[in-house]
Design a protein around this ligand. Structure first.
Ligand code: SAM
Length: 321
């Protein structure tokens, strides 16, 4: 499969091949740093502990903790998936980049948290445009971010306000609609679906981003409750040439071939969802889940680095009768 983005073209502001260090796009790193200061979250950000960090949640405290301690890692993970400097996940990087080439695109980010997934993708694309790596075709993005936590949605909205002027300099124009969604609730999902259907009348291309939802979905109870809602979401996000990127930390509960989150997702794609979803792979054959890892520079402590590990599922959301 021919790559749309050659790792040799990555600018040093995003990737240093010598040290193998990934840099969160400068605009996103600056916006994040300024929000941490504005909301007085510096101490919380410096008090990360242990390996398994906070995963967010409905309360303001949980959202603050996740934003202060995990937003940079979440952004780095998604950026690593998109730039893929080690050539581990061509179907995923190509699938996202094709969507972002220009014209009009709706992005559904669910659960969006503080917007790490979409803002990391757009921040990196804007940087690639600024450095002349990608063409500067006008791109109108309707961002539909859905999330349980009000506080996290507010952070997403504030970050976007900081980023919009920089995005617009590179002809990326983003309008956002952040609203509440509970992945276990059919009524809440029906509202989400209604919004997708209205949006699809104007935005024929759609990208569905699901990032970092495994902590919640790998509880058997939550998976059972959320499965039908995810089915609705994937069905209504599908179309003539739509695409979904599911990006998770690489953990056994995600990649395990019997009973891991992605194995469960594969079962849905190959049977009940097969009329509107198919796994995107280079050979067309099922193969082990694509994974990668890299060090990234910490935006709040540019001398320091941390490591992200990720696993991805690229899914074509193309309808077949
Ligand atoms: C680990 S965070 C990931 C957020 C974002 N995608 C990212 O990569 O930073 C998981 C998010 O799921 C949200 N969440 C938890 N339970 C949920 C539910 N039932 N429905 C929707 N969102 C939920 C949490 O509030 C949290 O923001």
């Amino acid at each position: 499969m021919k790559r749309l983005l050659d790792p040799a073209d990555l600018p040093s502001t995003l990737w240093d091949p010598e040290s193998g260090i990934l840099y969160i796009s400068p605009t996103l790193a600056t916006a994040y740093t300024s929000l941490i200061t504005r909301h007085g979250l510096e101490n919380l950000a410096q008090s990360r502990s242990g390996k398994s960090g906070p995963t967010g949640g409905q309360s303001a405290d949980k959202a603050d903790e996740h934003f202060a301690q995990q937003f940079d890692g979440s952004s780095a993970r998604v950026q690593l998936a998109l730039l893929d400097p080690k050539r581990k996940m061509t179907p995923l990087t190509n699938g996202i980049l094709k969507m972002l080439a220009g014209d009009k695109l709706a992005v559904m980010d669910a659960p969006c948290g503080a917007g790490a997934a979409t803002l990391a993708v757009l921040g990196a694309v804007v940087e690639l445009r600024a450095k002349g790596v990608l063409p500067r075709e006008p791109l109108d993005v309707q961002l539909i971010g859905r999330e349980l936590s009000y506080q996290a949605r507010n952070y997403a909205s504030e970050l976007l306000t900081e980023l919009q002027p920089h995005f617009e300099q590179q002809a990326v124009f983003v309008e956002a609609d952040f609203d509440s969604w509970d992945a276990t609730c059919e009524v809440s999902t029906a509202e989400f679906v209604k919004c997708i259907n209205i949006t699809s009348q104007t935005y024929t291309r759609m990208l569905l981003l699901v990032a970092n939802f495994s902590d919640f979905l790998t509880s058997t109870h939550n998976w059972k409750q959320a499965k039908p809602q995810l089915g609705q979401l994937f069905l209504h996000a599908s179309g003539e040439s739509n695409f979904a990127a599911w990006i998770e930390p690489k953990m056994n509960k995600v990649t395990n071939e019997s009973g891991g989150l992605f194995a469960n997702l594969r079962k849905l794609i190959t049977e009940p969802w097969k009329k509107f979803a198919s796994e995107s792979s280079e050979s067309g054959l099922p193969k082990p889940v694509a994974t990668s890892s890299a060090k990234f520079a910490l935006p709040l402590n540019p001398e320091g680095t941390a490591r992200v590990h990720l696993a991805v599922m690229p899914i074509n959301l193309v309808r077949h009768s």
